[in-house]
Design a protein around this ligand. Sequence first.
Ligand SMILES: Cc1cc2nc3c(=O)[nH]c(=O)nc-3n(C[C@H](O)[C@H](O)[C@H](O)COP(=O)(O)OP(=O)(O)OC[C@H]3O[C@@H](n4cnc5c(N)ncnc54)[C@H](O)[C@@H]3O)c2cc1C
Length: 574
Amino acid sequence: MANYPDFVPYPFQAERHLARHPICTDGLEDHRHRVVIAGGGPVGFATALGLAKQGVASVVLEADDSVCFGSRAICVSRRSLEILHRLGVGAGFDSIGLPWTGGRSFYQGQEVLRFEMPQDDNQQFAPMVNMAQYSIEQTLLDGVQANANLIDVRWQTAVTGMSQDEAGVSLAVKTPTGAYQLHTDWLVAADGGRSAIRETMGLRLQGTSYEGRYVIVDILMKSPRPAERLAYFDPPCNPGSTVLVHKQPGDVWRIDYQLRDGEDPDQAILPEQVMPRVQSLLDMMGETAPWNPIWVGLYKANALTLERYRHGRVLFAGDAAHLVPIFGVRGFNSGIDDADNLSWKLGQVVSGCAAPALLDTYSSERVAATHENLSYGTKSTEFMAPPSFAFDLMRRAVLSLAVAHPELRSLINPRQSAPITYSASPLNGPDEWGALGPRPGTVLPECPLTQISASAHRAVFLSDQAGHGFKALVFTADGVLPPAWRRGDGESSVAVQAVALDAPHPDVDDVLWDHTGQLPQLLGARLGGVLLIRPDGHVMARWRDANHQGLAAVSTWLQQRLTADLSTSTGVTA
Ligand SMILES: Cc1cc2nc3c(=O)[nH]c(=O)nc-3n(C[C@H](O)[C@H](O)[C@H](O)COP(=O)(O)OP(=O)(O)OC[C@H]3O[C@@H](n4cnc5c(N)ncnc54)[C@H](O)[C@@H]3O)c2cc1C
């Protein structure tokens, strides 16, 4: 950026962190760990927070000395916000992120699509908020530092080698104060797209790498324009190209534009190429405020994944496991889902409540999710950066016809990230409720509810029920639990929540009240029914009769499920 005349720094100063050397004997750390996480990016930090919530300690090894620099992920989905709130860092996203609900697409200057993401009065979170990745990481790091008793972050500590056997994993690391080795029971490889662990293990990502290049430019500019996704196809300011524009917090604007065939990427990021293109885009948009460049880089889409995310005692997550095109914003967002899925399962295994085979369901569920993400991401990429003459021709046909034929406009829809259903997961239990509402494997829909406890009424949401271990919602008219659900002397790994579908009984304490009367329609909830929620907010089972299927029976069923051999199922929908 040094050769950019009007360059200004980001409105964010990352703190630099020193390396720290643990106590070692003959180059081996004295303490053996339960969980080590390689990579202190968003996925590594989110996994550490998910483990800490269950009281499981971890060590995060991060090669760098600070959170990331430059322009990377900016769009945080509603599902990620739900998870981040559960991890205890949601307030930072609420205060910094810019919420948005839709966008517009233009072809040769004419509007061809106006889209809105699902948004209604039931929702607790916006469908999307924009927030730069350095702020995302800093917010996660603040949460990590608040859990310093359970999370040990080691900056400037790069993993250089590893080996594993049945008992655990040995790691070699390099720091400015010298190299050392450490041992752990489990290793989470969250070390990004160029994962050294993946390389060391000789594993290869499979799929498609696209040739088309995008230039990514962040600029500082004051503008009252609202946050929305703007896409310009073949715009008058940059004919033949596709341009995306997003507003970020702090008056930072992200502009992505596609390089035309034959353009030299190295030349394309020089100031004499970038500055006039950005200026002519801003002129076309009618933006007149002064602006300065902050960051210029290149992006090339990849649609790649490992075949499996569990390899013995090593679990791959985030970009180390899969690379998803940025169109549709599924990279960071799917990594947060990985962290959410993995951390509760690893927590159960480490604390001895589940067999290691539970971790195979992390792999099968998240590999299936990646294939779904890749199928959407690939379609979006083929539209945003057509990989061949035929795709380009088809795109031009769709865009030009969409001007006059609104029914074709859905083909331009950017297919933004959405929650994924584990429809064929081996963890899914009985479903006795019929077709209405979320089947096992589905993320709970959102709904406002009233929490009544000790005569106080509090506004809450259905998604708040996730993240407290396994939870059974027991639906009755007045919130009085059937005898089979009242806690006896025995321990149970299932938390119980009574839900009143009609008026709560005046004597009940700690009941959720469906004050809007939507749960029968939204969930398919019926009087006397039981719905079991996983710690990550996916529905696990739905029983018809709470009297027949009491707490003891559900606890036994769950215990069997968590200790069963779940390694053979693929988790992929048939
Ligand atoms: C231009 C661009 C725009 C994007 N926009 C979006 C978007 O809008 N929405 C979205 O969902 N996604 C987006 N993404 C994708 C998103 O940035 C990534 O998916 C996300 O950063 C993945 O997080 P991660 O923690 O898996 O990996 P990373 O963020 O890459 O973190 C990996 C960490 O591991 C560390 N590390 C690497 N090697 C080692 C080692 N040997 N030892 C120890 N530590 C190591 C690195 O320093 C780094 O901190 C975008 C990506 C790019 C490039």
